[in-house]
Structures are given as structure tokens and as C-alpha cells.
Design a protein around this ligand. Sequence first.
Ligand code: UT7
Length: 319
Amino acid sequence: MIYSRIVGTGSYLPEKCVTNRELEATVETSDDWIVSRTGIRQRFIAADSQMTSDLATEAARRAIAAAGLGATDVDLIIVATSTPDMVFPATACIVQEALGIKGGAAFDIQAVCSGFVYALSTADKFIRSGAHRCALVIGAEVFSRILDWNDRSTCVLFGDGAGAVVLKASGAPGVLSSHLHADGSYRDILETPGHVAHGKVSGTPFLKMEGGAVFKLAVRVLEEVAHEALSANGLTVSDIDWLIAHQANIRILTHTAKKLGLPEEKLVVTVDRHANTSAASIPLALDVAVRDGRIQPGHHVLLEGVGGGFTWGSVLLKW
Ligand code: UT7
């Protein structure tokens, strides 16, 4: 039986850090409002010259180094992003070239903030099928480019960054299970409804969100997918060592933990430092908790994504 296992993690944040106080100078908001409603204290913003592929490549280099592998060992690259460098080619192909990888498959996945969970689940299935042996799975975003910086209800919430893992074929799991969901009837509560046609951008190229509706849906599905993953594996909430849910709002994370009866100490929280980095948020948080030694061999780590589409899902890992 072929399974897949994460053998290295890496992440990258741009140099420029913008605090809530700095935002007070450009939009009518306050550090108090942002911290009390979201837990966010700062976010990182990519330099004008940096594209999603640059962030993704740096995170990937770190994950490959942590795995003790060379770039040429990789035969599959999946980049989860809603802010690709361009309409095409896929950002994954641009990363492939930057890393000097020849051959294998490379493509992007668009599932907004659930993108990393979708990408990891896809890579797991490719590896289990025997078609690929070693995948780079990356979540990378420059959400700062699709924000209306005059709209205080959205611009304070997001940041840029990238996280990556190396997923290898293994005789033991690894990835214990993954469950993916979508419901397009919620498409308009979180969207960037623009597109390129006839040589012009039409529609709105800025992110729009009904915050309250998104909040409610997120709390509901994050609880549901946790139970789904646990029951599929014959486990209970007390078996979870770490819950790494999409980092959008500390209140969503603590509500979810409370509804599950999971101690808050088992939540990995980076939203305070990174803000919401969409598809990058889960692999960024995973890398932090691996590198600071919280995640140890044998631990059960539950990853949960939720985002535009609406999409949501989980990947349960045995570390
Ligand atoms: O990646 C997944 C996508 N995103 C999320 O998961 C976000 C989910 N939603 C949320 O996190 C929360 O709904 C928000 C943080 C977006 C908003 O929190 P809320 O407690 O639902 O606030 P609200 O939308 O009810 O707004 C309350 C007030 C409004 O003023 P009025 O109408 O009561 O006078 C807003 O205009 O806060 C105002 N407001 C702000 N005030 C200061 C909205 N944004 C700001 C701001 N600074 N940045």
C-alpha cells in the first residue's frame, strides 16, 4: 500500500510588515477595533517587484532543504493560489522553472482559502495512485493586490505570504484522510468578481465580502469537517494534538475550538502576526509549529480550510 507523508515544511513572508497602527494613518480604523474583532496585529506585504511565484519559490526552497532533498527529486508541483502571477501559465510552472526542475507535472488549484487543503488532498491522491513519488504542495498569495485599500471592512484583514510542504510516497501514513466540500450557492458572500475579456479587465477586481455571513458559515463547517475527519479514522476530539485551521480571525478559531470541546492550547494561531493569507495561511502556520517544536512525531494534526466558493475541507495527518 502506498501512502503519502510530509517530510519537510517551509515558509516565506515578505520583508515589509505593516502594523494596525500604520493602517490608522490611511483608513478610518483603529488597532483596538482590528485586534478585538479579528486578533490581527500586523500583516506582511509583498514588494511591488514580488509576485506570488517569488514567494512560493522561496517557501518551496526552504521545504526542500528541510526535507533533505534536492529540487530534482520533485515530480509534481501544485500551487494553491487565488492571486496567480498571470492568467497563464500556471504559477506552478513558473515555480518549476525558478527551482530548475525539469519534468513531472505542475499545475495550480483555485479554492481560495481552502486551496492548500484541496492541493494537499490532490497530491496525496496522485501519490497513492503510484503516478508520482514526491510532490511540492504550496499555498502562496499576494492578496494585497486584490484589496481596495480604501475599504476598511476588508483591507485590514489580509496579508501576503507563502507556505510549502514536500509530500513523499511512504509505506505508512502520513496523510490519514482528506475530505473536500463545496457549495457554489454561497459564491457571492466572498468574491473578487472581475475578469479579463476583450483586452480589458471587466467587473470588480477587488475582494468583496459579507463578513458576518462568512463568519457564521466558517464556524459551522469547521466544526462539521473536524467530526467528519475524526469519525472516518475512529478517533475522538481528545486524539487531536494540534488543530491548524485557516487563519482568518481568532474568534473563528476559538469558537470552533469551543464547539468541539478542544482546549485552546491545541490551536496553532498565526493570524495575529500574519493576518489572513488565504491559501498560504495553513502551510505558514504548519511550518511555524513544526519549526518551534510543537509538532512531534506521532502527533495527530488536523488541517481545516474554509474559503470562497464556498469551499471547505480537512486533511488529517499523523506526523
Ligand atoms: O478567509 C475567509 C474570509 N474571511 C473571514 O473569514 C472573515 C469572516 N468575518 C469576520 O472575521 C468578521 O465578520 C469581520 C472581522 C469581517 C467583521 O467583524 P464583525 O464583528 O462582524 O463586525 P461588523 O461587520 O458587524 O462591523 C461592525 C462595525 C460596522 O460599523 P456600524 O455599521 O456598526 O457603525 C463597520 O462599519 O464595524 C465597522 N467596521 C470597522 N470599524 C473600524 C468595519 N471594518 C472596520 C474597521 N475599523 N476596519
